[in-house]
Design a protein around this ligand. Structure first.
Ligand code: SF4
Length: 597
């Protein structure tokens, strides 16, 4: 590397394999992970070895990239950190929904994110700190972080818990990489462990007994939760959950200049909880994307699966989410009871094409039976069967081909470990199977869906990019989708501009007349450090040019100002682009041409 030659991942792996091959003593083998931590430690200590190497920034970057584990973790441009809320019931009781009482409703203890949460006592501060440490140790940049809060329905938790949880997320980000973080992690762990220890055996025994009753269909999640909760409460330390909204605002303000900045915050909830009031609360919390479980767009199928709510409710929720400027991320399921592959494709097309829905992102996964779900009864009675593999791949391929260029399919299979699936698809590579099927049937160029077109970890030559603009109408907005694409239609970045229909701005909507909304700006490529134009496609000015173009388009469409639903950690960036803080958003007045800017 220092003699001007680059080394690929494959070449380094081969060197390490050759080195380890003839060693009798396994402890002398060297892994990339060990090399990375050695290199990071030497840099931190400013060791004589590092000084003697006299590495410039470019070589340091190349080395870090070479040693970094799982480069796709930050391929979408940000480090993603998933945190879970504590075990809690849900108002609904959908028949396919897992009932693992050690987790919030619908999650399973064996899922990787759930295991991490449990090891952290579901404490948001501990979860964020642990994940950031892991990612940093793997060589990833952690200065731009997207937080994803999972745990069923956010608004089913008490308001005080929601405020505390939000505060602790930002506190953890603000402290990241400091001595304060290390001390606080130690302090909290000790508190949780000491409080839990006297009750541990008792909790485990009761939990096992209750879970057994739930699995046997003799008790539901809610009853088991209520029976277990007093003991769980007794085993919790006295943490200060009584934090105020002022404290949240203070922590958010600090995050604007913190080492680990929040560039996206996502929560999940049910459509029936979406209202002007709840969405306003989410904006105060700094949320930028809302995940909603819709599962099906057929009222009869929803009812058959014990799911409360209706298709109209989904339409109303998505319309409100759009008007507020949030990104919408919906969960849809194939193979629900009462559905067929043809129904699934038809309903998916409706989701993509009907102007009441048209979400930005979709998790589309097949229903699978887990032991604790009520679906067991339907399966045993022969009322539900999983689709065959070919049928499933075929229907998902049809869905991929029906997905427009402004929608991203983020997942095709849920992260349920195969040992927990009684019957249903266990293929963790289902997505790859579907992609291969799509390419074989229609060719890669037929795919418009975003994720398959993303440039992922590659750097791209900006000279090969063109800015393409398209538009579509929803019930209450005209959506303009701007994207940077290369000659092969690979996606290097995009922006979502929303032009609200002025007649649909009802009371309580925090968007004024004549105000357009930038709902999302995203540049792909390896994450680069904030303020350092060193890596990947970020910091090539692609984002700024998207914003400028969007402002021009909004102006041409007759709007006087553009709001941006900025994340807390991107506020400083938008201020530099001429946006001013304006309540729940940041706003830029539009004056072009002879009006001057
Ligand atoms: S709404 Fe979601 S969390 Fe609640 S029961 Fe249904 S699937 Fe489970």
């Amino acid at each position: 590397m220092r003699c001007g030659q680059t080394l690929t991942h494959r070449e380094l792996d081969a060197i390490l394999r050759r080195h380890s091959k003839d060693l009798d003593d396994p402890s002398r083998r060297i892994s990339k992970k060990q090399m990375l931590s050695f290199y990071q430690a030497q840099k931190q200590e400013r060791s004589p070895l590092i000084a003697s190497l006299r590495l410039d920034d470019a070589t340091d970057d190349a080395l870090m990239r070479l040693l970094r584990a799982k480069p796709r973790r930050t391929a979408s441009g940000v480090a993603t950190v998933t945190v879970l809320t504590k075990p809690w019931p849900c108002r609904n009781d959908c028949i396919y929904c897992p009932n693992d009482i050690s987790m919030p409703k619908s999650y399973i203890a064996d899922e990787p994110a759930c295991q991490r949460a449990e090891r952290c006592f579901f404490d948001p501060y501990l979860q964020v700190s642990a994940r950031l440490t892991t990612l940093a140790n793997m060589g990833h940049n952690i200065d731009k972080v997207e937080l994803i809060v999972l745990g069923g329905t956010w608004f089913d938790y008490p308001a005080s818990y929601r405020t505390w949880f939000s505060c602790e997320l930002f506190r953890a980000l603000d402290d990241a990489g400091t001595e304060r973080s290390l001390a606080e992690v130690r302090r909290r762990r000790r508190l949780y462990e000491d409080a839990r220890e006297p009750f541990d055996a008792q909790i485990q025994a009761l939990q096992d007994e209750l879970q057994h009753s739930v699995d046997a269909g003799m008790m539901d999640y809610r009853c088991a939760f209520q029976a277990l909760d007093p003991l769980r409460q007794a085993a919790l330390p006295q943490l200060d959950e009584d934090v105020s909204e002022e404290e949240l605002a203070r922590l958010q303000h600090a995050n604007e200049h913190a080492h680990a900045r929040c560039v996206g915050l996502v929560v999940e909830t049910r459509p029936d909880t979406v209202s002007v009031q709840t969405l306003t609360e989410l904006r105060h919390m700094g949320v930028t994307k809302v995940q909603v479980g819709i599962q099906s767009l057929d009222d009869a199928i929803l009812a058959q699966n014990g799911r409360g709510g209706s298709v109209d409710e989904v339409a109303r929720a998505l319309a409100l989410i759009r008007l507020f400027g949030f990104k919408s991320h919906v969960h849809m399921m194939a193979n629900l009871m009462g559905s067929t592959p043809e129904d699934d494709v038809r309903l998916y097309r409706m989701l993509m094409e009907d102007e009441r829905f048209m979400p930005d992102e979709v998790k589309l996964y097949p229903c699978a039976l887990v032991a604790s779900a009520r679906l067991t009864e339907g399966f045993q009675a022969g009322r539900w069967q999983p689709y065959g593999e070919e049928e499933l791949v075929g229907l998902l391929s049809a869905c991929v081909l029906a997905t427009p260029e402004h929608t991203r399919i983020s997942r095709m299979i849920r992260d349920i470990p195969s040992q927990d699936i009684v019957t249903g698809c266990k293929k963790t590579n289902l997505r790859q199977m579907v992609e291969a099927d799509v390419c074989q049937k229609a060719g890669e160029r037929a795919v418009r869906e975003m994720r398959m077109r993303e440039v992922a970890t590659s750097a791209i030559d900006p000279a090969t990019l063109t800015l393409r603009t398209s538009a579509y109408d929803t019930t209450n907005t005209r959506e303009i989708f701007l994207q940077w694409v290369d000659g092969e239609d690979r996606l290097a970045g995009f922006l979502r501009l929303s032009l609200p229909d002025q007649h649909t701005l009802s009371e309580g909507i925090p968007v004024g007349e004549g105000q357009a909304m930038i709902r999302e700006v995203h540049i792909y490529g390896r994450t680069s450090k904030i303020h350092e134009a060193k890596e990947g496609n970020q910091h090539l000015g692609l984002g700024t040019r998207l914003v400028e173009r969007a402002c021009q388009l909004a102006h041409d469409a007759g709007y006087d100002a553009v709001n941006v639903i900025s994340a807390v950690g991107t506020r400083a960036y938008y201020r530099r682009l001429g946006f001013e803080d304006a309540g729940l958003y940041q706003r830029r007045p539009l004056r072009f041409g002879s009006e001057g800017r």
